[in-house]
Design a protein around this ligand. Structure first.
Ligand SMILES: [Zn+2]
Length: 163
């Protein structure tokens, strides 16, 4: 049985009853959270978030890429969000690889070098600053006054703001 089969079984046994209590796609806190796909991060628990309160955008690293800007542009312009949290974390996989090594590995195995950046980093705070800055400088994201960056410690659950 694959993981997907397992999940289809869980769905069939009825944990999801829809969201009648959330009548609109507009997040009630008017907030978007960008964070890493890391399976250790319980993003709803980290902020005590409830269903329907925020947009959650996850990718490798919690990095603000062009595609995250795409989502933030839609989130703010069409779905009324106004604030952005960028949260990266300790012991992220992107701090364990380097841009060139990973691109070399992909090229060696596939004969194709990706055009996209890996977004690897050494110092997580620097990566958070870079991502926050990308939002603050994006002309596509109209509300840039409340964009704040954080590092989450996956062992202690400590949350530290990056200035
Ligand atoms: Zn990560």
């Amino acid at each position: 049985m694959t993981a997907i089969d397992k999940l289809l079984h869980r769905h069939a046994t009825g944990v999801d009853h829809g969201a009648p209590e959330v009548p609109t796609p507009v997040p009630s806190l008017h907030l978007a959270v960008v964070t890493c796909m890391d399976a250790r991060i319980k993003v709803f628990d980290v902020f005590g978030l409830g269903h329907g309160e925020a947009h959650i955008m996850r990718n490798a690293g919690g990095v603000v890429t062009d595609d995250v800007i795409r989502s933030l542009a839609i989130s703010q312009r069409k779905l009324e969000t106004r604030e952005v949290i960028v949260m990266q974390h300790t012991s992220c996989g992107l701090s364990l690889i380097t841009e060139d090594e990973f691109k070399d590995e992909l090229e060696r195995e596939t004969k194709l070098r990706p055009t996209w950046a890996i977004e690897a980093f050494r110092v997580v705070e620097d990566s958070v600053r870079q991502s926050v800055e990308r939002v603050r400088r994006s002309p596509f994201v109209p509300h840039r006054g409340d964009v704040r960056g954080f590092v989450y410690d996956v062992r202690t659950a400590e949350l530290t703001e990056v200035e």
